[in-house]
Every structure is written in structure tokens, then in C-alpha cells.
Write a protein that binds this ligand. Structure first.
Ligand SMILES: Nc1ncnc2c1ncn2[C@@H]1O[C@H](COP(=O)(O)OP(=O)(O)OP(=O)(O)O)[C@@H](O)[C@H]1O
Ligand SMILES: [Mg+2]
Ligand SMILES: [Zn+2]
Length: 451
């Protein structure tokens, strides 16, 4: 039985019985989306509530269960909260199904009943992945199904302790006539799974594909409907994957976990800094190590620059990989203006090694140092590390978490740190690890110390 639906303009609220490309009311294009009309039915699925005095509300206890993957627990804020819905987004092929099958295995090994529903793959395909992951016995149930109502019925009967749905774009509700993957469908699927999770106190995971533009399931609108949004990212031709929280109703969003994809599935990387530095050349100009913060953790990464005379006179190339293009262009302009170099005849390539993406201004000074090092063909000492934001007049500005950065540098055996003078002045002497510190105030002074 089809539920009564209509198409509603997301811009002005206009209702139409059928889909229209353009809203006749406000004139916007592609804003009409199928919605269920029976609002009353939704209302009564939850008991009516009454206002309650704040102090009379019992203290909420957040029961969490922990997976055996410690890194995942910490990204979730210490385990998954019972009844919460976690959306895991990532680009095609990045390893979402692998991660959640591993998580499922893990809970099954703990003796928990797990239901893994796939709308994308056959049971045999999932089993092939399972064999690669070394899944043996345990109460792990698989269901290959795309109809949401049937899935919810099965889940209700099986009453699992963990529920996984792969993926939100391939499942459809028979209440709507829209195709799977449309905004109406992904919203309805998310909505029903959310209610199922809450009603039965079952922690649930929902996989969502991200489009190239970076939005989850097409509409960002899913993000506000769930409790936790995690992103699984990485370059497909690199083996590492980063899992981080974008939203978490039950914990901080600062944690992040790094995994390595191998033949036996995803392995947590216990020392990310060492992982990203392991192939660093130590006697080449144009390479420098920066201490950045990813989530709440410091991470050491290598920035490389290559400057070479251009073949495109008048239009030299500026390429950045893993860094913001505009920020890099700004830093090059600062170098030209404040240090008197000219890049008019040079192509410049700047790369973060290992396929990492860094989006913190604290990498500014490292970018400048890598470029100047390459330009002058002078090697930066391999045991030196740097961090600091650079302003438009070439001044070096303080950044957050200086101590955490110093400790990470010290832990990995670095001997000297170039850092903003402002940060150095704030630090308490007794906290500082045994490492040589050079406080700097502008880029000119930095380069005098270096070269
Ligand atoms: N034997 C193997 N050794 C190493 N890596 C492998 C192996 N088999 C698969 N992979 C990796 O697993 C990735 C696919 O993982 P998975 O199917 O979990 O991704 P997904 O995000 O669910 O993809 P989809 O978008 O198709 O659902 C591949 O891109 C590949 O990197
Ligand atoms: Mg998949
Ligand atoms: Zn309209």
C-alpha cells in the first residue's frame, strides 16, 4: 500500500501532487521533493509528552558498548551509545563496508547478536570479504535486502544488539514512489532507522556514499537527523584511511583514528607520525617536517616543495596537493614581497607526503621553508621541525596546542623546533620536553636562523 505523498518545495513550502522541475510559486528550479503527507501517523508513533521541571528529570545515563577497535571507540567518544544512530560517510571504494564488517565481527566475537544488512552486495560477496577479514563463528547475521519495511520487520524479529545498514542510498521505503537514493528516500530511510534504534535501544550504523563534492548522500540534510556523523577518508592509491567525527551528540568531535588498509582488512595505525614520516628523504632540499594537529592529536607530516623554471612563460604553474591552494598562493606572495624572491619564471609544486590533507594555518611556516629550501638548494636539517602561522606582513603568529606539538616532536626523536615566539613565551619552563627551541617573530628571522 502506498502512503499518500506530495511534492513539497524546499524553498517556499508549496505543495504539488506531482513532481515539477520548477516551483510555480517561487520560481526556483529542482526544489520539489516527495514527502509523506500523513503527519498524524508520525505523531502518534511517539507518546504525547508533557513539560517537565528540569530538576525532576532523572540524570541521563549514557550506556555505551565498546567495540574491540579502540580507535573507533575513541572517535565515538568512548564507545557507541545504546540507541544511537551513527552515519558513516565516505567516497566509493574507500572501505566503509570493510570497516563495518570488522566492527560487526568484533561485536559478534564478544557474543553480541549483530544484524548486517546490505542493499548493495549479495551474501556471497559479503562472505568473500568476511573470509579476507578472517570472520569465523559468532552471532553475525547477514541480510541482503533493499526494502526498508522488510528490513525493519526482520530487525524487529531478530532483535539484534548491533544493527548495520549498508547503504542509505540503496534502501528504499515503499511509502514513497521516488527512486532509492533520492533526497526523499534517504531521509525516510534515515528517519525510520533512527526511530527503530531509539525505540529498541539498539546502536545502529548507517553507511552513506559521499559524492565528489563532499556532501553526504547528496543532501547534507541527513547530518542533522542522526546522532553521530563520521567521515571515512583517504586517497584510494594510498593505504591509509582517516576516520573522524563531524558531529557527535555524545562526545567531542576532535578525535580521529588512522587505519591502514591491508589484505586482512583495516589495521589501526598506533603511531601515525612515524607512519607518515617513514619514507622521508633526509638529504634533499625542499623537504621539511611540520607538527600539525589533527583532531586532538598532534601529527607529524612532511611538506615537500619543488621549484623549477617554467615552460609556460607568463603563466607559471602553482600546484598544491594536500594543502589549500589559495592559502599556498598567499604564502608565495608573502615570500616574494617580504624576502625579495621572484617566482615569475618558476613553476611551484607543494605536496604533503603520504596523501595527507592538512588544513591548519600552523603549516604556513613549513610551506615557506620548504619552498625557500628548494629554491636555495639548501637541505633543512632532518631532525628539525617547525610550526607557526604566517600573517600577511610576514609575521609569525601563535597557534594552539604548542606543548602537545613539542611532546610529539620529542617523542619521535626530533632535536630542534622552530616555533612562534608568542607560543614560546607562554610555555612554562618545567613543562617543556628536552628539545632545542627557536622562537621566531617573522619569516626573515626564520630564514636567517635556518640558512
Ligand atoms: N586483498 C586486499 N588487499 C588490500 N586491500 C583490499 C583487498 N581487497 C579489497 N581491498 C581494499 O578494500 C577497498 C574496498 O573496500 P569496501 O568494499 O569496504 O569499500 P566501500 O567503501 O564499502 O566501497 P563501496 O563504495 O563499493 O561500497 C578497495 O578499494 C581496496 O582498497
Ligand atoms: Mg560498500
Ligand atoms: Zn517554491
Amino acid at each position: 500500500m502506498k502512503t499518500k505523498t506530495s511534492f513539497v518545495c524546499q524553498n517556499c513550502g508549496f505543495h504539488s501532487p506531482k513532481w515539477l522541475g520548477r516551483c510555480p510559486n517561487c520560481g526556483e528550479w529542482n526544489t520539489l521533493i516527495e514527502e509523506i503527507e500523513e503527519e498524524a501517523a508520525v505523531e502518534f508513533s511517539f507518546p504525547p509528552s508533557e513539560p517537565v521541571l528540569y530538576e525532576e528529570i532523572k540524570e541521563a545515563k549514557r550506556e555505551r558498548i565498546k567495540s574491540g577497535i579502540e580507535e573507533l571507540n575513541s572517535v565515538l567518544g568512548g564507545g557507541i551509545v545504546l540507541g544511537s544512530l551513527v552515519l558513516i560517510g565516505g567516497e566509493p571504494g574507500i572501505g566503509k563496508s570493510t570497516l563495518l564488517l570488522q566492527v560487526s565481527r568484533d561485536f559478534a566475537v564478544q557474543g553480541k547478536k549483530v544484524l548486517y544488512v546490505s542493499g548493495e552486495e549479495s551474501l556471497e560477496q559479503i562472505k568473500i570479504r568476511g573470509e579476507r577479514l578472517g570472520i569465523q563463528d559468532g552471532k553475525l547475521y547477514l541480510l541482503a535486502e533493499t526494502n526498508l519495511e522488510r528490513i525493519i520487520t526482520h530487525a524487529g524479529k531478530l532483535n539484534p544488539q548491533i544493527f548495520v545498514l549498508d547503504s542509505v542510498q540503496t534502501i528504499f521505503s515503499s511509502k514513497l514512489s521516488s527512486a532509492p537514493g533520492t533526497i526523499s528516500q534517504v531521509r525516510e530511510v534515515t528517519n525510520q532507522v533512527f526511530r527503530f534504534a531509539k525505540k529498541n535501544h539498539i546502536p545502529s550504523f548507517l553507511i552513506g556514499h559521499i559524492t565528489k563534492e563532499g556532501s553526504l548522500a547528496g543532501p547534507k540534510s541527513l547530518e542533522h537527523m542522526v546522532d553521530v556523523v563520521l567521515y571515512f577518508e583517504g586517497e584510494r592509491d594510498h593505504s591509509h584511511r582517516v576516520l573522524r567525527a563531524l558531529k557527535n551528540r555524545f562526545g567531542p568531535v576532535s578525535e580521529l583514528a588512522i587505519f591502514e588498509m591491508g589484505s586482512r582488512g583495516l589495521q589501526p595505525v598506533s603511531n601515525p607520525s612515524a607512519f607518515f614520516l617513514k619514507e622521508r628523504p633526509t638529504e634533499e632540499a625542499g623537504s621539511v617536517v611540520v607538527c600539525t594537529i589533527k583532531g586532538s592529536r598532534p601529527l607529524l607530516a612532511e611538506i615537500q616543495a619543488l621549484v623549477s623554471s617554467t615552460l609556460f612563460a607568463g603563466n607559471p604553474r602553482r600546484m598544491t596537493i594536500g594543502l589549500d591552494h589559495f592559502r599556498a598562493a598567499m604564502l608565495l606572495a608573502i615570500v616574494e614581497r617580504k624576502l625579495g624572491f621572484s617566482f615569475a619564471g618558476e613553476d611551484i609544486y607543494i605536496n604533503v607526503a603520504g596523501g595527507l590533507t592538512l588544513d591548519e594555518p600552523a603549516t604556513d611556516l613549513a610551506v615557506i621553508m620548504a619552498v625557500v629550501s628548494c629554491l636555495k638548494n639548501k637541505v633543512i636539517p632532518p631532525d628539525l621541525i617547525v610550526f607557526g602561522e604566517v600573517g600577511l606582513s610576514g609575521e609569525i603568529r601563535s597557534v594552539g596546542h604548542p606543548l602537545a606539538r613539542l611532546k610529539e616532536a620529542h617523542a619521535l626523536g626530533f632535536k630542534t623546533v622552530i616555533l612562534p615566539q608568542g607560543n614560546l613565551s607562554q610555555l612554562e619552563k618545567e613543562d617543556i620536553p628536552d628539545i632545542k627551541l627557536e622562537g621566531v617573530q617573522n619569516i626573515k628571522q626564520t630564514l636567517e636562523i635556518l640558512f
